[in-house]
Design a protein around this ligand. Sequence first.
Ligand code: NAD
Length: 480
Amino acid sequence: MDLILNLMDGVSMPAVSNAWIDVYEPATGAVLARLPDSDERDVELAYLAADRALAGWKAMGREGRSNVLLRLAQLIEDDLEAFAQLESKDNGKPLALARKVDIPRAVANFRFFATAILHFPSEAHVMDDVAVNWTDRQPIGVVGCISPWNLPLYLFTWKIAPALAAGNCVVAKPSEVTPCTAHRLSTLCARAGMPSGVLNIVHGLGPKVGAAITAHPGIPAISFTGGTRTGAEIARVAAPMFKKLSLELGGKNPVLVFDDCDMEEALSTTVRSSFTNQGQICLCGSRILVHERIYARFRDAFVSRVEQLRVGDPTSPDSDLGAVVSRDHMEKVLSYIDLARTEGGKVLCGGTRVQLEGALSGGWYIAPTVIEGLGPQCRTNQEEIFGPVVTLQSFTSDEEAIALANSTPYGLAAVIWTTDLKRSHRVARAINAGIVWVNCWMVRDLRTPFGGMKQSGVGREGGVDALRFFTEAKNICIKL
Ligand code: NAD
């Protein structure tokens, strides 16, 4: 069994409490590793180390920091296969997905922000012959980064890369459900030339470690990705301390399929946008809205493709879906399928746990599930399920499609399928979501603003937005 350790001031160590928490392998249900059950004492040690490292890290300048992050990216890339195997084992996701998306994207996050910081401009505003203003952007200091379990290394690096590039030192907390790849990353930092204390990783439970980071008076900025309820708790604690907050929260994303769409593309991509990573991506579409003229045709073709998806061993190239992340999560998703039935929904396919054989018999698998017959206001269509479950609803006009799309408390992402250029512009602008894809899904340019409206979050990550978040702007006005 593997032992996960905290990274404190450049040293791998257990928690002060010396207590441990079991980490499970979703594919088998067996214990995979143990992680430190850290608390506010570990957060304090991490904070002190980060604070000591600040001046040196800032003094390395943009180029020095950029070089460290580029070396770290290279070290992860050189170790890609081991990282991918570990991510798949820890999370239950297909190994092929970890190889193709999760780990390459973690590498790309470091490369992107290592170079973005070299091009990060300061604005100047000249007032004719009166004065010149220029915007000085300094690192904030010690910042907190808290990340979830669905894309463990991918979202962990999406936060720490811009934070570090901008010159901050970091106290980071990966999800306790999937801590393995963050631990592996911690073993590479010194080899990349990162000074001790610049990145500190404190493992453990959210209400202990995450809460201690949020409440720490020396940590003035928190970047958080996770559930809306946790985000609200973080905001409640951080607001009276006037902390800077970036909150990337839940979603209930609509997919709008108009009757002029390219049916083949809409079908194949909607299968992916529904069930990639077992539906556990915040950007997955979970409410599929289809024009009534093509509803029956789309539904029948969609269901027949979903029925062909194979749920199985995450390491097998034949598996389209692996396991969901934990027993608790599996039970939550199955309870939503039961709820959908009680609300009058008709399960068109899936709807049950999948029981595999042999070593995988204790694993947490769910058949990809499609439900129809539910109205927009029922809980199944309002609450985030975050698993391999989607619903189908029909609409008769653009206005109705837009109203349905906007009918939840969330506003993270949306997908529109249409070949009408005017409609694509009009509908995209009318949807209350931070990210809208037209005739595609998950096409990501790291320079674009990433984040949600309404209960899907506050602030934007990505590109210049992330570098602005992790710096404090100061206007310096000089009389001419
Ligand atoms: P979660 O909110 O349970 O946990 C996220 C992180 O917060 C974990 O590290 C957890 O330990 C920590 N945490 C828990 N309680 C805390 C507290 N009181 N104070 C501080 N930290 C605390 O979320 P999860 O179950 O790990 O992830 C799934 C959720 O994340 C879904 O709702 C999904 O939509 C969301 N998500 C959003 C995005 C996005 O970009 N908007 C991306 C991925 C996932």
